[in-house]
Design a binder for this molecule. Structure first.
Ligand code: ADP
Ligand code: MG
Length: 623
């Protein structure tokens, strides 16, 4: 709730709307307590007294009634009617929408056609017709305004419900044996509630206007009772002679509708879950870089050289140290494995390289990323953009999420190429075909015209790899590319990547949580834990003689075919939360060998030759 308020108030216009609306609401709530004249007492001797006269701050109207009193009581009535209409319309409309969307089929058809019939009439005409049938009066105006707004809510909420009703959590609720009513109340309603609130907050102003419109035409509040619309209507005849009688209610209507709409827009933005985690702004084009310490000097290691990289997430007062000083490098033709449990900072490290961590909340606070000697963290957006895909390309875990669902894969490949090179369509097609062939997609020619959903998971991931290869990059960062695939397809993808790096001299950073995969593909491996590297070295050396207790436990978790009756030892406990890292070794709470010294202070990554380990009592002494 407080996050919501903070987001809302950060939006200046919405805050202004909220302030004006609060002031007006406060005034109308305390109206009965104010020393005001009776709003309905006429005094024809004092007609059209101008504003700021004695005894009549806002003047009097054509019957000598006090304008201030009429304004406040009228506003009270108008707001009450507007809000009541909104609540009624929202409740009835949403109920209709949820039922239609949830049950679907014939129920949906019947209900929605009725709603369509209501929608076929122009708004105000329909309201007029309803009031004409029911007779003039404030209550009937309220009913009319609520009725004409029901279809709006029904349509909106039905749309949201239809997409929710097919989701897995609803199926799960059904499997758990819940009845329809219970599912609607406990699964669907909480999910559509924000949409209802948003729709309401953006339509209240409109309903206040509609009620005022009906009153203006004499169909709403009846004399002598004042509401904003009837005040305007009665002032119409004296518009020239005594303009204040029109200006006073006019300004009030303007203020109310303006502030309600500004606030409504603000609520909509603040409730939008996509905007909630970040600020109200979209993420920046590159990750924010705010380096405090000195930038590490270039050390000529590898083509891509990550040096003491630190990436954090600043969420409110909390600082999540997702990556805390990671150094990695790869050379052409080499494959470096990065391994660690979920949440250890592998993806954030990878995304930091090309400035792809969402900012806010992501900030790179230290270190350097050098590509062929150039510090990418100091590069401007344009030069980074040119390198993305062209020099360093990514392959992600879920190709179904990274491919556009509505474009053919061929067109997406062509787009990937044309974002860096000017090519004609025929050339693009030719190149796309070559790419699909190079990742060994059978019938590549016809597959170009497939949509992503027409392909299997393994084939989609091949397309993902083809896309990464589209601009002949030198470095490929593969972030768990085979996690979503079955083992046979995984083996094919791994051998494909292995061939590619041999043929093209690609440097590959391969992120995974699976030591089996590392053993198949990687020359060297770096083990990450809680945002830091705890061990690194040539794959075979690390696998044969792991030095860090964590590495040893990780390897012990890999099942071995025909490996006898070895017990698979899971690592007890969970990785630490990175906004509150323990002092000293982050693995100490889960480590059998942990001693007091482990929890004291910083432990350095100490190495010999190609190997290094961050432990004061390693399993293997590195020589
Ligand atoms: P993995 O090793 O599984 O790829 P990640 O690199 O995705 O892990 O995440 C590293 C850490 O950063 C995790 O502890 C995660 O909770 C944290 N993190 C990632 N994104 C955010 C974010 N937007 N706000 C706060 N913390 C985040
Ligand atoms: Mg990840």
């Amino acid at each position: 709730m407080s996050v919501f308020l903070k987001l809302l108030l950060r939006n200046r216009l919405a805050a202004m709307g909220a302030a004006v609306l609060t002031a007006i609401l406060f005034l109308v709530i305390i109206t009965p307590l104010l020393p005001l004249a009776d709003p309905d007492v006429t005094d024809t001797g004092k007609r059209f007294v101008p504003p700021f006269s004695e005894g009549a701050l806002l003047g009097t109207d054509h019957l000598g009634r006090d304008q201030l009193a009429r304004l406040l009581y009228g506003t009270r009535l108008s707001i009450a009617i507007g809000i009541a209409a909104a609540v009624i319309a929202a409740s009835i409309g949403s109920a209709i929408g949820i039922i239609a969307g949830y049950y679907g089929g014939r129920v949906d058809n019947l209900i929605m056609r009725l709603v369509d019939m209501l929608m076929a009439f122009p708004y105000i005409l329909l309201a007029l017709a309803i009031v004409a049938a029911l007779g003039p009066g404030l209550m009937n105006a309220l009913i009319a305004v609520a009725a004409v707004n029901v279809p709006f809510f029904a349509r909106n909420i039905r749309g949201v419900t239809v997409s929710l009703a097919g989701r897995e959590f609803v199926d799960a609720a059904r499997l758990a044996g819940m009845g329809n009513t219970r599912i609607i109340l406990s699964e669907i309603l909480p999910n559509v509630l924000p949409v209802i609130v948003i729709a309401m907050s953006t339509t209240v102003g409109w309903m206040i206007l509609e009620t005022a419109g009906l009153s203006f035409l004499g169909l709403g509040s009846q004399p002598p009772q004042a509401d904003l619309g009837s005040m305007l209507g009665e002032a119409r005849a004296a518009m020239i002679r005594a303009p204040h009688t029109s200006v006073v209610p006019g300004v009030m209507i303007f203020l109310i509708v303006m502030s309600v709409n500004l606030l409504g827009d603000g609520i909509r933005d603040a409730l939008d879950p996509r905007l909630k985690s970040g600020a109200l702004s979209r993420p920046l084009a590159t990750t924010m870089v705010d380096r405090h310490g000195a930038v590490p000097a270039a050390d000529q290691m590898g083509l891509l050289n990550i040096q003491e990289l630190e990436t954090q997430f600043h969420v409110g007062a909390r600082v999540y140290r997702a990556v805390g000083g990671v150094s990695l490098h790869v050379s052409p033709g080499e494959c470096l494995g990065v391994i660690g449990e979920s949440g250890s900072g592998k993806s954030v490290t990878a995304l930091s390289v090309m400035g792809l961590v969402a900012s806010p909340p992501g900030v790179i606070t230290g270190g350097a990323v050098r590509y062929a000697g150039e510090d990418l963290l100091a590069a401007n957006y344009e030069s980074l953009r040119k390198k993305r895909g062209q020099n360093v390309a990514y392959i992600f875990q879920d190709p179904l999420a990274t491919l556009h669902p509505l474009y053919r894969v061929g067109d997406q490949l062509i787009e990937a190429i044309s974002s860096h090179h000017r090519i004609s369509r025929t050339e693009g097609r030719k190149r796309a075909l070559e790419l699909l062939i190079s990742v060994r997609i059978p019938n590549a020619e016809s597959r170009l015209n497939d949509y992503p959903h027409e392909m299997s998971g393994g084939m989609r991931q091949r397309v993902g790899i083809a896309m990464a290869l589209a601009n002949d990059p030198d470095v490929i960062i593969a972030d768990e590319p085979t996690t979503a695939l079955d083992v046979t397809v995984q083996a094919q993808i791994l051998s494909l990547l292995d061939d590619l790096r041999r043929e093209r001299g690609l440097a590959i950073i391969f992120i995974t949580h699976d030591f089996g995969v590392v053993a198949q593909l990687c020359d060297r491996v770096a083990v990450m834990y809680a945002g830091r590297i705890v061990e690194e070295g040539p794959t075979s050396a690390v696998l044969e003689a792991p030095a860090h207790p964590y590495t040893k436990r990780l390897i012990a978790c890999v099942p071995e075919l025909g490996g006898g009756r070895r017990r698979l030892a899971a690592i007890p406990g969970l990785p630490p939360v990175v906004d509150n890292l323990p002092k000293g070794c982050a693995f100490a709470p889960r480590c059998e060998k942990a001693a007091d010294a482990c929890r004291k202070g910083e432990i350095a990554l100490a190495g010999a030759g190609q190997r290094a380990v961050r432990c004061i009592d390693p399993e293997e002494v590195l020589a």
